[in-house]
Design a protein around this ligand. Structure first.
Ligand code: FRU
Length: 318
C-alpha cells in the first residue's frame, strides 16, 4: 500500500514538473500568418523573409496559410487561427472590405493582429506595417512628368494598369500618381480605371487592348512590376515596345530591378516586403515591449542610374 501511494505521488510530481516550464525557460508563442496569395515572386520573397526571421527565434511556433487569392478562403484561415487561440496573427489581406470583419473579430477576442502591406477598412487591429503607397504613386507621377518633358511642359499619352482595385495599395498608387499627373495639361490618360489584379497576364491583356485602340502611347504606369512586364510583352508582340516607357512598382532584385537593368522597364519604385519586420514587431509586443500603431517601410527610385549597382550589391550581377 505504502509503495502504491509513493508511486502515485511520484507520478503527480513528474506530471507537475512536465506542465510547469523550468524556471528561466522562454514561453512559446503561437503565431499564425495568413498570406493573400503566393502567385507572385514578391509574395514568395515576403514569405521567405518572414520564415527566416521566425526561425531565428525557437520560441516562435509559426503556422502559415495561403489564402490562394480568395478572400473567403483567407477569412477561414484567420478563423482557424482564432480557434487555435494564437498568441498573435499576422495577415496580408487580399482585399480591404471582405477581410475587415474577421480581423476585427480576432482583435476583439484579445489576439494582437498585425496587418501587413494591404490595409483594411478600419484600424481595429494592433499594427499596420507597409510602404506608403500614396508617396510611391506621387514619386512615380513625378518620374513620369520628368520623363515626358518636365513640370509644366510634360506632354504624352499615358496608360495606367491598376492592381486589385478593391485593395488599398492600388487605390493609393492611383490617387498619388494622379495628384501629380492631373496638374499637367499636356498629359492625356488613355485608359479608364481597370483591374489587373496584380497579374502579369492581365497586364498583357489590358495593354493589348490599349495598343489596339491607340496609335500613340508614350508611357505605361502599372501598379506592380509583373503587370508592367506583361504590358511590355504585349507591346513587344506588336513591335511597339521601343516607343514606350514602362514604369512598375516593387523593385525586387529577381524581377523589377533585373528588368530595369535589361532596359525592359524604365523605372521601378521599391515596395519593401514586410514579413521580417512583422515577426520582429509581433515578438516585441509578445515579450512585453511597446510598438507603434503604424510602421512605414522606405521606398526609392530604381532606374538605369542605380539598377546595376543594386544587383551587384545583392550578388545577382558579378
Ligand atoms: C503581390 C503584390 C505586389 C504588390 C503588392 C500590393 O501580390 O501584387 O506585386 O506590390 O501585392 O499589395
Amino acid at each position: 500500500m505504502k509503495k502504491q501511494v509513493s508511486i502515485v505521488f511520484s507520478a503527480i510530481v513528474c506530471l507537475f514538473m512536465w506542465v510547469s516550464a523550468p524556471a528561466g525557460a522562454e514561453k512559446n508563442f503561437v503565431i499564425g500568418f495568413s498570406q493573400a496569395t503566393t502567385t507572385e515572386p514578391w509574395r514568395l520573397l515576403f514569405n521567405k523573409e518572414l520564415r527566416q526571421e521566425a526561425d531565428k527565434h525557437p520560441e516562435i511556433k509559426l503556422t502559415v496559410r495561403d489564402g490562394m487569392d480568395d478572400a473567403a478562403k483567407q477569412a477561414a484561415d484567420v478563423e482557424e487561427f482564432i480557434k487555435m487561440k494564437a498568441d498573435a496573427i499576422l495577415i496580408s489581406p487580399k482585399v480591404a472590405a471582405a477581410l475587415t470583419p474577421v480581423v476585427n473579430k480576432a482583435f476583439d477576442a484579445g489576439i494582437p493582429v498585425f496587418v501587413l502591406d494591404r490595409d483594411l477598412a478600419n484600424d481595429r487591429y494592433t499594427q499596420f506595417i507597409g510602404g506608403d503607397n500614396k508617396l510611391i504613386g506621387r514619386t512615380a507621377g513625378e518620374y513620369a512628368v520628368n520623363y515626358l518633358g518636365g513640370p509644366g511642359k510634360a506632354k504624352g499619352n499615358v496608360v495606367e494598369i491598376w492592381g486589385g482595385s478593391a485593395s488599398t495599395p492600388a487605390q493609393d498608387r492611383h490617387s498619388g500618381f494622379h495628384e501629380i499627373i492631373d496638374t499637367e495639361p499636356g498629359i492625356k490618360m488613355l485608359t479608364k480605371p481597370n483591374d489587373g489584379d496584380w497579374k502579369q497576364d492581365k497586364g498583357y491583356e489590358i495593354m493589348a487592348e490599349a495598343l489596339d485602340q491607340n496609335e500613340k502611347i508614350d508611357l505605361v504606369y502599372a501598379h506592380n512590376d509583373p503587370m508592367a512586364y506583361g504590358a511590355y510583352m504585349a507591346a513587344k508582340d506588336m513591335g511597339r515596345e521601343k516607343d514606350i516607357a514602362f514604369l512598375g512598382i516593387d523593385g525586387i532584385p529577381e524581377e523589377g530591378i533585373k528588368w530595369v537593368n535589361e532596359a525592359v522597364l524604365t523605372a521601378t519604385f521599391l515596395y519593401k516586403t514586410p514579413g521580417d519586420e512583422g515577426i520582429r514587431q509581433a515578438l516585441t509586443l509578445l515579450k512585453g515591449g511597446k510598438i507603434e500603431k503604424r510602421v512605414i517601410l522606405p521606398t526609392m527610385v530604381i532606374d538605369k542610374n542605380n539598377s546595376e549597382k543594386i544587383l551587384r550589391d545583392s550578388g545577382i550581377v558579378k
